[in-house]
Design a protein around this ligand. Structure first.
Ligand code: IMP
Length: 178
């Protein structure tokens, strides 16, 4: 928990997020049009709001599962060493899988998770992240769909936290220390 006081400045409005999700879902539906076995996998905890809005825009038969990987702890820096804290409940062999992440930052988390899930032999594995900070990348990873590219700012809201706070903001905001 940060003791330093900060303010949150809106960066992406709730309306802009909703419009972007609609457009993304039109694309995702085309990609998975033929499937009746899509599993949408949310990475806990940051993606819980995004996945909730995403699946309600998807006009496809889907299942939802969750996986939790460690990353930031309670700070602002990635630990880089990714550990699986909670694994999927279901098997994904032969299934189409869409992994849903809040932010791709250094890239370690999604890179590790997609590599792990590939070893389980899904038919297709795709990934989507609401936000991407390409300037922070440390491993060569690109999600198949990105909501918004953002600069190197620490952001909160729409499921994303700073030391477990601010997940319930309806918009994406940047943290400014005062
Ligand atoms: P990566 O492994 O460095 O790509 O980190 C991805 C994870 O770091 C995300 O799922 C977030 O949980 C966290 N993260 C990265 N950037 C931010 C940020 O600006 N605010 C809050 N969490 C972040």
């Amino acid at each position: 928990m940060s003791a330093r006081p900060y303010v949150i400045e809106e960066m992406i409005s709730a309306k802009a997020i909703a419009a972007r999700i609609e457009a993304l879902c039109r694309d995702i539906q085309k990609e998975f049009a033929e499937t009746n076995k899509l599993v949408v996998v949310g990475l806990l905890r940051g993606s819980f709001v995004f996945i909730a809005d995403l699946v309600r825009e998807l006009d496809l038969p889907i299942e939802v599962d969750f996986l939790e990987a460690s990353s930031y702890g309670d700070g602002m820096e990635s630990t880089r060493e990714v550990r699986i804290l909670k694994d999927l409940r279901g098997a994904i062999e032969g299934r189409d899988v869409l992994v849903v992440e809040d932010i791709v930052d250094t890239g370690h988390t999604l890179n590790h998770v997609t590599q792990l899930l590939r070893t389980r032999r899904p038919a297709h594995l795709r990934s989507i992240a609401l936000l991407d900070k390409p300037s922070r990348r440390e491993v060569d990873f690109r999600a198949d769909w990105i909501g918004f590219e953002i600069p190197d700012e620490f952001v909160v809201g729409y499921g994303i936290d700073f030391a477990q706070r601010n997940r319930n903001l309806p918009f994406i905001g940047k943290v400014r220390f005062t």
